[in-house]
Design a protein around this ligand. Structure first.
Ligand code: NDP
Length: 491
């Protein structure tokens, strides 16, 4: 324990008394091609209209990637339909499971290269891609492989059958993990797929295509088309798609919902959030500080369920904020490939501009900003971990999803006030509650209008546990038994 200027509060030491030597992960074992096209009907196809994919930590071009137009999307949908009608839709679940297990094991075998690729292409710290993204992606394939031959037991008496061809559109914050969340349950349930990765992070999806090819998955069962929003729209509007699964912004989610209104297509939406992390005065404060840090600075805050609003009971606010500022000052911001890095690069220049705009709005509206003094790297898209105090519920930084390393702190006096403030948002994805009292935890959790509530922890993910929101955070669940339902026709 170390003494600080505020003599009434003692701080834990976080290695802030010494410097860390650089510990860069090697990228020698990763082969990146100069150009990527699409993966259609079991084959890599060249594609057209290539655009550059940038390493957000250096601003250097990593490779070029194609942009699929309507004709290319149509080829992918036709391949998926043929594979569904002739092979996959008829295959016994026990056989489908073997492919899913194989893909899961191959993700594990190639975990190191996948983790480096994820950090290079997307900017996230290697310790997160290595310890969270890639192992969880493999775990999703393992988990849903287990369900593939047990669907009748999952839904007794319901005679579940697959839906057909699923169109899936995923964002850039957890590229391989989001692909796994979408692909694994759809395949386990017997559907075939056309999936589009986000334009800034297609690399691990193309590596997954290599794995799928090596695993000998029948051609056309999984088709991966690259491109920007128009490619996503072409999937959404294709007449032979039976179901759309989308993860991304609430604005695009609304566009998709409007496009599908009146059609027979099924839809699940996993959209934005403005999660409240609620700290009661009986919580273990040092533990809560770690949960707050993890809640907002994990993956640079590019997390739909981020704990981006901190609600602190007023009588402990000074002590907690002192501890939090101290801890934020020890975070290492920099090279995503360095194993010591806590906060990596912002995914794109566009996202950095959006964060800067909202932070400027926070200052203009009168909130107090805290940022550590250590400088940022000169090149690349970086943003300092930021904590705003004196935030009111009407401030933009308390209402809008910033999707960056920016925390807005509000206070409360009673549990009722905490619940009211936490629910005062159009979103309803995730919340956290920190208290020593189990009865309070359950009471507050039940009153919170969000799909996920973590108790004395934050950002814990597990393939067996359903994930999803309500209100403007979307509908439908991914993960667990619930995650199979959107891919099944139940009679
Ligand atoms: P988008 O919602 O635009 O992107 C999500 C995915 O949808 C991407 O693959 C994107 O392609 C695709 N897409 C874009 N427009 C359409 C369309 N009209 N029809 C079908 N698909 C489409 O998010 P952004 O990347 O623009 O991020 C903007 C904000 O959204 C962020 O600041 C953040 O607040 C929020 N966000 C939330 C996420 C979440 O998990 N809840 C994830 C990502 C962003 P492309 O990559 O080419 O744009």
């Amino acid at each position: 324990m170390g003494k600080t200027a505020n003599t009434s509060v003692r701080d834990l030491l976080f290695g802030d008394l010494w410097d860390y030597a650089p510990a860069p992960e090697s990228r020698d074992h990763l082969t990146i091609h100069e150009r990527y096209g699409h993966f259609i009907d079991g084959k890599f196809v060249e594609g057209e209209d290539h655009f550059p994919s940038i390493n957000p930590a250096t601003e250097e071009q990593l490779f070029e990637v194609a942009s699929a137009d309507e004709a290319t999307v149509d080829l992918a949908v036709k391949a998926a339909r043929k594979a569904y009608d002739k092979v996959w839709g008829k295959m016994p679940g026990s056989e489908r499971a073997k492919y899913l297990y194989r893909i899961a094991r191959m993700i594990q075998e190639k975990a190191r290269a996948l983790a480096v690729a994820e950090s290079l292409d997307g900017g996230k710290p290697i310790k997160e891609s290595r310890d969270v993204d890639i192992p969880l992606a493999a775990a999703h394939f393992f988990y849903y492989a287990g369900w593939a031959d047990k669907l009748e037991y999952a839904l007794p008496g319901a005679s579940p059958s697959p839906i057909g061809v699923a169109g899936q559109i995923i964002p850039w914050n957890f590229p391989l993990l989001m692909a796994a969340w979408k692909i694994a349950p759809a395949l386990a349930a017997g559907n075939t797929i056309v999936i589009k990765p986000a334009e800034t992070t297609p690399l691990t999806a193309m590596m997954l295509a290599e794995i799928i090819q090596e695993a000998d998955l029948p051609p056309g069962v999984v088709n991966i088309v690259n491109g920007a929003g128009q490619t996503g729209a072409a999937i959404v509007n294709h007449p032979d798609i039976d179901k759309i699964a989308f993860t991304g912004s609430t604005d695009v989610g609304k566009i998709i919902q409007r496009a599908l209104a009146g059609s027979r297509k099924k839809l699940t939406l996993e959209l934005g959030g403005k999660g409240a992390n609620i700290i009661f005065d009986d919580a273990s404060l040092d533990q809560a500080v770690e949960g707050i840090i993890n809640g907002i600075f994990f993956n640079q805050g590019h997390v739909c369920c981020a704990g981006s609003r901190l609600l602190v009971q007023e009588n402990i606010a000074d002590e907690l904020m002192h501890k939090l500022r101290h801890r934020v000052s020890t975070l290492i911001v920099g090279d995503p490939l360095d194993k010591n890095t806590d906060v990596g690069a912002i995914n794109s220049r566009e996202q950095l501009l959006r964060i800067q705009e909202l932070v400027a709005a926070g200052k203009d509206e009168g909130a107090q900003i805290f940022q550590p003094s250590s400088p940022l790297p000169e090149k690349g898209f970086f943003f300092k971990p930021t904590v705003f105090t004196e935030v009111t519920p009407s401030h933009r930084i308390a209402r809008e999803e910033i999707f960056g390393p920016v925390l807005s702190v509000l206070t409360f006096r009673t549990p009722e006030e905490a619940i009211e403030k936490a629910n005062n948002t159009p979103y309803g994805l995730a919340c956290g509650v920190w208290t020593d009292k189990g009865s309070r935890l359950f009471r507050v959790a039940n009153a919170l209008k969000c799909g996920i509530v973590w108790g004395n922890t934050y950002n814990r993910f597990d393939p067996t546990s359903p994930f999803g929101g309500y209100k403007e955070s979307g509908f439908g669940r991914e993960g667990g038994l619930h995650g199979l339902l959107p891919y099944l026709e139940v009679r």
